[in-house]
Design a protein around this ligand. Structure first.
Ligand SMILES: [Zn+2]
Length: 242
């Protein structure tokens, strides 16, 4: 059976949108957020429907991702403003590496293409993933022969990793609201830090906790590989974090 997949691409906010958001009242509830940021409704509906359906996520396409990485332009992380470090075709873990983020993540039904990609630094990228981890149950492997979990069989093209209907039905009652806020946070923070600080302050704090932790982890990994490694000293003074 061939199932047609509908792919929704992320809406690109205009300067008018940003102006309108800045002039709107502080969001005190999810209802307020939905009113102010309604331009993201289509993609949010798509994401929630995708998660609820239990469909497997799209494959990570490394070669395509590399091409996109080369094509996208940008010298600073739009969130933490650090100058990107380029990795000269070697494997590195620096917190300030230039990295491609799927705007609608693969886990939310996104695809690897340029319209769904944005450059952010590695530690901001991982901070997003760390925020999402725990929001959704971990996928289980369903093998071609019907087994759930256990050893992989070579050449099993029917193997897929999904969330089972049982896993999905036992997610906490507020999962849609939490996914909604997380997604909205990620969409807005790359355009305006003041807006997320104003309208999604809890997520902003959570993001920074994760990001600072990730900087430490990255530095430790790099020093383990090369004791002479000197990490980039974070300077977020322009950001006004708190
Ligand atoms: Zn960053």
């Amino acid at each position: 059976m061939w199932v047609k997949t509908i792919v929704v691409l992320p809406y690109l906010p205009t300067t008018d949108d940003l102006l309108e958001w800045e002039l709107s009242d502080v969001a005190k509830s999810t209802g307020d957020l939905k009113n102010s940021y309604h331009v993201f409704d289509d993609e949010i509906d798509y994401i929630l429907e995708f998660i609820e359906s239990g469909r497997p996520r799209n494959k990570r396409r490394h070669s395509k991702l590399t091409k996109i990485h080369h094509r996208l332009e940008g010298v600073n992380c739009p969130i933490c403003l650090v100058d990107f470090r380029e990795n000269q075709k070697e494997i590195r873990y620096d917190w300030d590496l230039r990295s491609v983020e799927h705007i609608i993540s693969l886990d939310f039904g996104g695809v690897t293409n340029e319209a769904n990609s944005i450059l952010i630094c590695r530690s901001c990228n991982i901070a997003f993933s760390d925020m999402i981890r725990g929001l959704l149950p971990i996928r289980v492997t369903i093998h071609g022969d019907g087994r759930i979990g256990g050893k992989k069989k070579k050449g099993d093209s029917k193997r897929k990793r999904i969330r089972t209907p049982k896993q999905i039905s036992s997610m906490p009652n507020d999962w849609k609201e939490r996914i909604y806020k997380q997604y909205l946070f990620q969409r807005i923070v790359v355009h305006s830090v003041p807006l997320v600080k104003r309208d999604l302050p809890d997520l902003w704090n959570d993001f920074w906790e994760n990001k600072l932790k990730q900087i430490e982890v990255s530095n430790r990994m790099m020093i383990k590989n090369n004791p002479d490694y000197i990490p980039t000293e974070p300077d977020f003074s322009r950001l006004d974090i708190l």
